[in-house]
Ligand binder design. Sequence first.
Ligand SMILES: NC(=O)c1ccc[n+]([C@@H]2O[C@H](COP(=O)([O-])OP(=O)(O)OC[C@H]3O[C@@H](n4cnc5c(N)ncnc54)[C@H](OP(=O)(O)O)[C@@H]3O)[C@@H](O)[C@H]2O)c1
Length: 325
Amino acid sequence: MKAVIYDKKHSPFRLCLKEVDKPVLNDNEVLIKVVSVSLNAADYRSIKMGSIPPKKIFGSAVSGTIESVGKNVKHFKPADEVVGDLSDFGFGGLAEFVVAPERAFAHKQPNTSFEDAATLPVAATTALKALRDKGNIQKGQHVLIVGSAGGVGAHALQLAKYFGAKVTAVCSTKNIEQTTSLGADKVIDYTKNDFTKGSIRYDLILAINGNYPLLGYRRILKPKGTCVIIGGALAQIFKSIFFGWLLSFGGKKMKTLAAKSDPEDLEYVAKLLDKGNVKAVIHKRYPLNQAAEAMDYLSKGHSPGKVIINIQEKNNEYTRTPKLH
Ligand SMILES: NC(=O)c1ccc[n+]([C@@H]2O[C@H](COP(=O)([O-])OP(=O)(O)OC[C@H]3O[C@@H](n4cnc5c(N)ncnc54)[C@H](OP(=O)(O)O)[C@@H]3O)[C@@H](O)[C@H]2O)c1
């Protein structure tokens, strides 16, 4: 099969398209013919940090069709259309086929496209975990979404509205229109205003992107408010892990999220997408042979929406000339 393999000799991102053996199924696994993959920060950050999956194939947010199932598999059968999060199961999505335990997958809704379905694993499920589980979001609360234009942020904004919150969203000038069209009640342009110094207080803050002072976040929480730090610059993540808990006192809570693959959450967001409660926001599409360029683009940190790799396309030929370091 064709797969995009990590190989130190290639650039950009040490990725190149190669012919490799089709994976072999064990009794607890399903074999998927991958149709679409959405890239996530975990893909390019793992490459940058040298954390390489066992089969050297990245890609965790996949949609596709079941080719075959192991004899212990209970919930799926051949030809089922699925969506899956492989981030806890060795990645492997940037390939024509992948095997993973059945608990990595949920059924794709029949009227949802494979591309739209592939936007959900990691991005939408992380937003759901942050709002519902860490943030305990309640109807009528005032929620601040910092980084509303990216993969996690666009889902978080729409899910917060679905849960009945009033949402203020933070993005740059070029993404104000998109953020407004996704339902934000108010948009703050972070290139013009420092929201951490404003007078408005929030019940719940989702810190998804950027690098802002933790004390600034704490300052704009209501007395019993919660701030969930999800991501952003590495400095933001380290500050949150090492110092966030120190700032959880006096009723205000500073929490850090480390989301795990969860098929029930995946099914939950897949149904919301199917019913039109949330929309997939896709910014760019690439064929498999341009996965490295797609990764390079996403890693710049300013994609307004998801970057999709379509695996099952006729133009996945070995056209890219590898550049040696
Ligand atoms: N904790 C977890 O379990 C977990 C799970 C998944 C992802 N994450 C993390 O969550 C973060 C976001 O992931 P993602 O998939 O949404 O990334 P993404 O799609 O690449 O996010 C890109 C967006 O970030 C926005 N952005 C960049 N700088 C910003 C700033 N200073 N302030 C506000 N927005 C800014 C950009 O909007 P503008 O162009 O308007 O700036 C762009 O639209 C990453 O750091 C990722 O590692 C964490």
